[in-house]
Design a protein around this ligand. Structure first.
Ligand SMILES: Cc1cc2nc3c(=O)[nH]c(=O)nc-3n(C[C@H](O)[C@H](O)[C@H](O)COP(=O)(O)OP(=O)(O)OC[C@H]3O[C@@H](n4cnc5c(N)ncnc54)[C@H](O)[C@@H]3O)c2cc1C
Length: 495
């Protein structure tokens, strides 16, 4: 590296993480820096990761991707949320939508009015007033910024897509913008004797690739950050015990519903992701509580359509690297840690790590301040998402298997206990300002998992009982009208 700033960036790994990094750096720093990505077709990618959250739209906007082209090329579909089946107790069901239920009034969130109505004997659940729920029930989707002329927000959405097509799409985008791709297996890493910084990697072919800054996108191997630089791993299995997954594609669904489904099973849960050409399925489980063979049977029994291949097993340990950036190397994607896919957060973590790295990219040889800031912000983000995931497992009435008894009775982080107790008391949410999950998300999952607040915000008393009934009725009517004007998800995709 020159004394001033890095001029050559080397990305090792060409999975979703590697190619998102390449695309973002090419788009935003391509004129200032040379970018080379090294990947190995022989090693391949993890090959899963097909459900996203709405923040991906920001990434696509920054990259300048055309949505129609993007959805078409990745066989994508639209996603309004995740349906959780059998989580709070067997037979229960709720949709964690990307939007708000109803609309706030006088700065009081809608769920507080609904809570007050419930205390008066009103029997409709919160989702009766959710635009997303009503659209999902009818398998409808369309672009809707606002409901009628009201302040009720419209449809917030994300995508499902084919992971391999997505990586190929970003590869094409990156190569067109000057990223050099090098094929080969990294077999050695050279470091500066004084600073310990990485200076080059050598491939099995003998080719040496030099760089000033390295991004480790080698997946669970964490070849540079973990193996070479020796950065340790914080294991969070005691809170998020699932450590295995079996994934299998199946035929496409007859009706393309605009949501992911996550169904709780005896020792984990099963996902169903509807794509245009097939359905993605997987069973995430803890191998301490079920054998691989039995887990495979659970997966196949839970399919809605005919399997198209044999299940593939993937092992993981939930947790994070002690540091996300060490020396002149940042780990992004699975190399930086893993939070299981229950809320589809991994691709978002890649995106936010890349944008953070761009914001804090070294401007001189000494990047210790930027590195410290980066590590702190990444740690916070991982911990916030971790707590949200634990909530799904811990807040349950399920006691029908050893796995669920463990989850129900485990000690959870104090930060989460506080949030649950606050909500149980008055339906209020105590979240950090920079928490990825909005108040509406916490409310839906708390309620969906079975916490009923004992009280409600006294400001919700600003309406008389009759006004409250009228308000709820009007909200529902507006939603029905808005959803009625949407095309089916299938028809929207066909456009
Ligand atoms: C079961 C499961 C389900 C998931 N579902 C979702 C989901 O629904 N939504 C979501 O957002 N995320 C999901 N994820 C996470 C998502 O799959 C990953 O975040 C994403 O695929 C990024 O992976 P990656 O690029 O970090 O690693 P990988 O895909 O493993 O890529 C690693 C790359 O490094 C290369 N490599 C490794 N070693 C070497 C070497 N020695 N030399 C050269 N190259 C090397 C490989 O060839 C490959 O190109 C899921 C993960 C799992 C395990």
């Amino acid at each position: 590296m020159s004394d001033s700033k890095p001029s050559k960036l080397v990305i090792v790994g060409g999975g979703t993480a590697g190619w998102i990094c390449a695309a973002a750096f090419a788009r935003l720093m391509g004129k200032a820096i040379d970018i080379e990505l090294v990947e190995s077709e022989a090693i391949g990618t993890v090959g899963v990761g097909e459900a996203t959250i709405p923040q991906i739209i920001r990434l696509n906007t920054i990259l300048g991707l055309d949505e129609r082209d993007f959805v078409k090329r990745t066989n994508g579909t639209f996603k309004l949320g995740i349906e959780f089946v059998d989580w709070g107790k067997p037979g229960s069901k709720y949709l964690h939508t990307f939007g708000d239920a109803g609309m706030s009034l006088a700065s009081v969130p809608f769920h507080q009015y609904w809570s007050r109505a419930a205390s008066l004997g009103h029997d409709k659940d919160l989702w009766h007033y959710s635009l997303h729920q009503v659209a999902a029930d009818q398998a409808r989707f369309g672009k809707l910024d606002r409901v009628g002329n009201t302040s009720m927000t419209g449809l917030a959405y994300a995508y499902h897509f084919d992971a391999s097509l997505y990586a190929a799409y970003l590869r094409e985008f990156s190569e067109e913008r000057g990223v050099t791709r090098t094929e080969g297996i990294v077999s050695a890493v050279a470091r500066d004797a004084q600073s310990g910084d990485i200076t080059s990697i050598t491939l099995e072919s003998g080719k040496e690739v030099k760089g000033d800054f390295f991004i480790d996108c080698t997946g669970f191997r964490a070849l540079l950050l973990g193996q070479e630089l020796g950065v340790g791993y914080q294991d969070w299995s005691h809170w998020l015990p699932c450590n295995s997954a079996q994934a299998v594609p199946s035929e496409r669904l007859d009706t393309l519903v605009p949501f992911t489904r996550a169904t709780a099973k005896q020792a984990g849960w099963q996902w169903r992701i509807p794509l245009q050409h097939r359905t993605g399925n997987g069973h995430v489980y803890c191998s301490d509580f079920i054998t691989d063979e039995a887990a495979g049977d659970v997966l196949l029994e839970g399919l809605d359509t005919k399997p198209l291949a044999d299940p593939r097993t993937i092992r993981f340990t939930t947790g994070r690297r002690e540091q996300f950036w060490s020396h002149n190397c940042a780990g992004i994607g699975l190399a930086s840690g893993f939070l299981e896919p229950l809320e589809s957060t991994s691709i978002h973590l890649i995106q936010s790590q890349v944008s953070r790295l761009l914001q804090l990219f070294p401007t001189s040889k000494d990047a210790s301040k930027e590195r410290a800031e980066y590590n702190q912000r990444c740690s916070n983000e991982f911990e916030q998402i971790r707590d949200f995931l634990i909530l799904h497992y811990h807040q349950t009435e399920r006691e029908d298997s050893e796995f669920w008894r463990y989850c129900k009775n485990m000690k959870v982080p104090d930060s989460l206990t506080h949030k649950m107790e606050l909500f149980a008391s008055s339906g209020r949410i105590g979240r950090d300002a920079d928490d990825l999950f909005r108040e509406a998300s916490w409310v839906q999952v708390m309620l969906g998992q079975g916490i009923t607040p004992r009280g409600y915000d006294p400001m919700a008393n600003c309406l008389t009982d009759a006004e409250l009934t009228e308000f709820l009725g009007n909200v529902r009517k507006l939603i029905e009208r808005a959803v009625g004007s949407l095309p089916s998800h299938e028809a929207f995709l066909a456009q």
